[in-house]
Ligand binder design. Structure first.
Ligand code: PFF
Length: 447
């Protein structure tokens, strides 16, 4: 059966950028920048994103588009009779586990957004740290908001690739950039904002630890959504004629731009009001409400911020659900809808222990980590690096050369010259780098 397609290259770029831009770029990134040498960290991050993330993204695009098949079938088609299609299963498992706790944070955002809209979020002299603690510890609030986030994801993905994911991304992605602009103008028009700008952008290489560099490496996969094969599935819906270079560069560029915008929207406002950046989830849920509480129309601006976060997390969640659903739907629309509800519900159930791990489940701890932390650790430090390693080895050594050449011949002359460099990167450079990231993530490096 013929599967669905994006209506255009732009639709594909917006959906893929939607997958990439999420908690990585707008939440984790500003947190790390704050403690890792500002602009110096950004430079390293940009370098890795271009040198490592981009080739990997292109590798996933090559696998998906050349076969026109969802992840598991794509690997099977390219390497019949082998076990390489297990990369597809690994991707499905990784994305399911990721969505199970991603939806917990998504749920907090939904809840805070609703509070923002109803005007109950900001209150003079509120202790936002304690307020956030109470919210996440409340089992009903945590589970119901997680359910609401999953519901939104399921409803969109069930509509189909073009009617659901693409249509939503066409509204949410431009919306996200527009909302960012509003916030940046607000932030940069505050007296005393310069200190925040300097803090965020001025490179201070003395603060850039080896730990931060390795973290930047790992982040460059997470932020581009590579390693889980969901970009394989997304690119399988792209028409055969389109060259792949431009969409890949666009996704990388948009992602970097968003990281930059996030910092410019956040730090100047923080410093203008004399606050210090904090580490961890506090930034969105604790520091920003405290900042906006002190500004005129603050509740409007914090709600804008939350809407933006909601758009970013939802468009990432679509891709996480899509890879699993597509593997079971076999291109049949009715089956697809059923699968969306079934798989979405299973992933929701899988995420409930994570949702509860800030309250009644906080004492269930293994190796010093709660269920939420364990799931995050397994995905970010084990499963995604493993996926990235296998994908770079697969495309470097096992991908049929004739198909690779054919795909490459569609690209611009600039790209065409670089096939040798690309293969060198995939075969030798990336596997070594990913191995280092993995060993570091497991704390197995001697430094
Ligand atoms: N890129 C997403 C973010 O930064 O939030 C997360 C993500 C989505 C990672 C899909 C991996 C993935 F396969």
């Amino acid at each position: 059966m013929k599967s669905e397609q994006w209506s255009s290259k732009l639709g594909f770029i917006l959906a893929s950028a939607g997958s990439a831009i999420g908690l990585g770029a707008i939440w984790k990134f500003p947190n790390v920048v704050a403690t890792s040498g500002g602009g110096a960290f950004f430079l390293v991050f940009a370098l890795f994103t271009l040198g490592i993330g981009l080739p990997l993204l292109l590798a996933e695009f090559l696998i998906g588009r050349s076969t026109g098949k969802e992840a598991v079938s794509a690997y099977r088609h390219l390497a019949p009779g082998s076990r390489w299609h297990w990369i597809g299963y690994l991707g499905m498992a990784t994305c399911s586990l990721l969505l199970s706790f991603y939806s917990v944070v998504g749920g907090w955002i939904v809840l805070y957004f609703l509070r923002g809209v109803s005007g109950t979020l900001l209150e003079a002299n509120r202790d936002y740290g304690a307020f956030f603690g109470q919210t996440t510890a409340d089992p009903w609030a945590a589970v119901l908001s997680q359910a609401a986030f999953m519901l939104l994801t399921i409803v969109v993905v069930a509509q189909g690739v073009k009617q659901g994911i693409e249509r939503a991304s066409r509204i949410m992605m431009p919306g996200l950039f527009l909302l960012f602009l509003v916030l940046i103008v607000r932030s940069l028009s505050l007296p005393g904002m310069e200190a925040g700008l300097v803090y965020f952008l001025k490179p201070d290489f003395s603060q850039l630890s080896s730990e931060a560099v390795l973290y930047a490496l790992g982040q460059s996969f997470f932020c581009l959504s590579v390693g889980g094969s969901c970009m394989v599935t997304y690119s399988s819906y792209l028409s055969k004629q389109e060259p792949l270079g431009k969409p890949a560069v666009s996704v990388v560029g948009l992602n970097l731009m968003t990281s930059l915008m996030a910092g410019i929207a956040i730090f100047p406002a923080l410093f203008a009001l004399g606050m210090k950046p904090v580490e961890g989830p506090g930034l969105l849920f604790v520091t920003l409400p405290a900042v906006f509480e002190q500004l005129p129309y603050g509740s409007v601006f914090i709600t804008v911020f939350l809407a933006l976060f909601l758009f970013a997390t939802l468009t990432s969640a679509f891709s996480l659900l899509e890879i699993v659903v597509a593997a079971f739907a076999h291109g049949d629309a009715a089956r697809r809808r059923k699968m969306c509800w079934l798989i979405g519900s299973i992933i929701f159930a899988l995420g409930v222990p994570s949702a509860l791990s800030f309250g009644i489940g906080k004492d269930i701890v293994w190796m010093g980590k709660t269920v939420f932390d364990l799931a995050d650790f397994a995905v970010s430090n084990v499963l995604l690096p493993l996926g990235v390693l296998l994908i770079s080895v697969f495309v470097g050594y096992r991908f049929p050369m004739s198909i690779l050449r054919e795909e490459w011949s569609k690209m611009s002359p600039w790209w065409r010259k670089g096939l040798g460099v690309y293969l060198f990167l995939l075969r030798f450079v990336l596997p070594i780098i990913v191995l280092i990231v993995f060993l570091n993530g497991m704390n197995w490096l001697p430094f």
